[in-house]
Design a protein around this ligand. Structure first.
Ligand code: GLN
Ligand code: ZN
Length: 759
């Protein structure tokens, strides 16, 4: 009989119970016992739910109070030095201090760094290593959670991040490689595996996600050494899992590892399938990752069954497991809690709970034959067909327009010619000052929006309120002497949702939360169909603001790549095609703004770099289409219209060609925290267009002084031509309060004026 396995379940709970409990604990509103109790209730509920769904191998230790990489740090005792004064005290306090920093009882320590978990929107805590890092078994969470489930009658398959990937995901704070620590780390893993075996565990899921990356020989060697060591020193069966990308050239080594089972992501890594099926596995269990753990579409049952059948024929049913492609951490929990979602769209979707049912169904059909499941099979087939032909999805006009795009649509006249025309029409001073778009989303703004959405406030009253806020923001910016103003984005809840809500082809959930980091969750829109723009989206507020002042007000849009990247995307069409449709919608908006007297338009692309594929060989293709989509959205305007883009914090070094090919007239980036170091990439590239290197960090409530901003700007001016430089904060100001914003921007303007005089 083939079996079913799950690799990880969403942690937050249907009502985001975990988020609420941890945040209350941080505020001192509930006790640590309360928090731990609620966490354990959630785990128990989720195990039960997986059991009821008929899953044979249910994970444990996939749960975390903050992050599973931080859990691994705690397990192996890789506590960075600065937390040592906390290490003797409460373990939970130490754990959260590592995640969030701590400032109390005379202790003042900054949090560990956080970064993106591969190409997902989940962020993990980056382990910190140095040559002298010593490990010791310091947390038995994995063993305790196994026992906890066992006491509920569920024998789980505990999940651990493998030692090699754990080290590779960390950062060395001296000049040695983290992998040099492998030999010191392995005995800790051995002890943990022994304890799990003693507690009754038969299998453990060892996650080796780094297998999907371009690996150096010493890295693949480290992975091999680790598995050989664990196989030789432990009796527990290891299911080695990789996900998010095909294994390609790493496959051959993976096949030879001495593990009891191998899991393959056949959604992202389908290209590996031929090699997998052609390889003699000599008794290893093969886990087929066939249900997409990262997206929200109902499975194509026939496709899945055909792969399962091939596997059963080749390896025998006892050796085959069906599983999600990766942990379901990355998808929302339950479609049943979306009663308001359109019926037809709903029928195309599957969230975590529905995916468990799919896994069971697949195994049942494979084990017992198609006949008794004829009803389910025809239902899946019918829904699959409806998606292929639905007019909700397929809009011939949109497809025709995308096909008709010409080379010309991607280009403007050369920047050196545009810049002269823009100087004439905008007549800005040197070192022009501006901000990135949003002004404080005060509690009164959020309250008014909530009341408006609940129907307690009329649209008219709400818009009057927004108009007043916008007007005050414009008046204040004028009085502060800012050169290019913004309207403040008071009408927006979220920079993607605001646009998605107004575009065709997008659906929204009420409860489709996905963990982003710690207690933070996001609710990505679902792009289900061809995207088009029924009406203008931002003209109303931009032109209202422009009507209040003679200074230019920047139109403010979210770019196509960022909208794509922060949504659940179609799986029946290539990403680049969807992105192109969004780009055309934004292009129309840009044009509309221009027709309504907006001369400066910013198209934000903070997620541009984030879309970069895991493998270098695929970078060029992505960067080509992503920058083309940006240009498609921005190139329909007159030469005198100035296009800005904004990218937040990003590594630019290896993508400078693509950044330059965006051909934005002005790009603003986050540079203050790195003391302008991030500008180096632009300087050595001899980036020709204009740049606004952020002169102060908006994440901190600190008010930057005129002198410190002058110092940063002077540094930028040493390397860049002064005609290239803009003066702006690092990012939008929505999370700050008005006192902070006013003081900081006033100092910023003074600093720009001081330097202008010296030019
Ligand atoms: N224009 C947006 C703002 O100012 C940009 C946000 C972002 O960069 N993430 O809030
Ligand atoms: Zn930003």
């Amino acid at each position: 009989m083939i079996q079913t396995a799950n690799l990880g379940f969403p942690r937050m709970g249907l009502d985001r119970e975990l988020k609420k409990a941890t945040e209350r604990y941080w505020k001192g509103k509930i006790s640590r016992e309360d928090l731990l109790l609620q966490a354990s209730e959630l785990r128990s509920r989720h195990w039960q739910l997986q059991k009821e769904a008929g899953i044979d191998m249910i994970p444990s230790n996939d749960f975390s109070l903050y992050d599973h990489v931080l859990d691994t740090v705690a397990m192996v005792g890789a506590i960075p030095d600065r937390f040592h004064s906390l290490a003797e005290g409460d373990k939970l306090e130490l754990y959260f201090a590592m995640a969030r920093g701590s400032q109390k009882d005379g202790v003042d320590v900054v949090a560990m760094e956080m970064t993106k978990w591969f190409d997902t929107n989940y962020h993990y805590i980056v382990p910190e290593f140095k040559k002298t890092t010593a490990f010791s078994l310091s947390s038995l969470k994995v063993v305790e959670e196994f026992k906890e489930a066992l006491s509920l009658g569920i024998k789980t398959r505990p999940v651990l991040l493998s030692p090699a990937s754990f080290l590779m995901l960390g950062k060395a704070y001296d000049d040695h490689a983290p992998l040099d620590l492998l030999e010191k780390l392995l005995p800790i893993y051995k002890s943990v595996l022994d304890m799990l075996a003693d507690a009754g565990a038969e299998w453990v899921q060892l996650d080796e996600p780094c297998l999907g990356l371009d690996l150096e020989p010493e890295e693949i060697d480290a992975i091999t050494r680790a598995q050989q060591y664990l196989a030789a020193h432990s009796s527990i069966k290891i299911m080695l899992t990789s996900y998010f990308a095909p294994l390609k050239e790493n496959l051959c080594q993976v096949f030879s590892l001495p593990v009891a089972g191998l899991h393959f992501d056949l959604i992202r890594g389908y290209e590996d399938w031929k090699s997998v099926i052609d390889t003699p596995f000599h008794g290893k269990v093969v886990s087929l990752g066939l249900i997409d753990g990262r997206n929200i579409w109902r499975a194509d049952l026939e496709d899945v069954l055909s792969i399962v059948q091939q596997a059963v024929q080749k390896f025998g049913p006892e050796k085959v497991v069906v599983a999600p492609s990766c942990s379901m951490l990355h998808c929302p929990m339950d479609l049943d809690s979306e009663p308001e979602l359109d019926h037809e769209i709903r029928s195309w979707l599957a969230f975590a709970k529905q995916k468990l049912a799919e896994l069971s169904l697949v195994a049942a059909i494979a084990n017992h034959g198609r006949e008794q499941y004829a009803g389910a099979l025809s239902e899946f087939a019918r829904i699959g067909e409806s998606r292929k032909s639905s007019t909700r999805i397929h809009d011939l006009k949109v497809k025709q327009r995308a096909n008709a795009v010409q080379q010309l649509d991607y280009h403007r006249i050369p920047f050196r010619e545009r810049v002269v025309l823009q100087e004439e029409s905008l007549s800005l001073p040197l070192l022009p000052t501006t901000s990135i778009g949003s002004f404080p989303q005060t509690s009164s703004i959020r309250q008014m929006r909530a009341r408006y959405k609940k129907g307690e406030l009329s649209r008219e009253r709400y818009e009057e309120f927004l108009a007043e806020e916008t007007k005050q923001a414009i008046r204040w910016q004028e009085s502060a002497g800012i050169d290019v103003l913004v309207h403040g984005e008071f009408e927006r809840n979220d920079m993607v949702e605001y646009f998605g809500e107004q575009l065709n082809g997008f659906a929204f959930t009420k409860n489709g939360w996905v963990q982003s980091y710690g207690s933070r969750c996001v609710k990505p829109p679902i792009i289900y169909g061809d995207v088009s723009r029924p009406h203008s989206m931002t003209v109303r507020w931009s032109s209202y603001a422009q009507g209040l002042t003679v200074k230019p007000v920047k139109g403010m849009l979210t770019g196509p790549v960022t909208i794509l990247q922060w949504s659940f995307v179609r799986n029946d069409q290539e990403r680049k095609e969807t992105c192109k449709q969004i780009a055309l919608a934004i292009r129309d908006e840009v044009k509309d703004l221009e027709n309504n007297h907006i001369q400066v338009i910013q198209i934000d692309e903070p997620a541009f770099r984030e879309g970069l594929p895991l493998r270098k060989a695929e970078h060029k293709d992505y960067l080509d289409w992503a920058s083309q989509c940006f240009r498609l959205s921005s190139s329909g305007v007159k030469s005198t219209t100035q296009i800005h883009t904004h990218m937040c914090y990003s590594e630019f070094n290896d993508i400078m060609d693509a950044i330059a090919s965006l051909d934005a007239d002005v790009i603003s980036i986050e540079t203050s925290r790195s003391a302008m170091e991030l500008l180096d990439a632009f300087v050595s590239f001899q980036y020709p267009n204009q740049i606004g290197p952020g002169v102060y960090d908006i994440h901190s409530p600190r008010i930057p002084s005129q002198a410190e901003m002058t110092k940063l700007l002077s540094k930028a001016l040493e390397y860049l031509d002064h005609r290239q430089v803009w003066v702006n904060p690092d990012c939008g100001l929505k999370t700050r309060n008005w006192d902070e914003v006013k003081a900081a921007l006033t100092n910023m303007v003074s600093s720009a004026r001081e330097l202008r005089q010296a030019l």
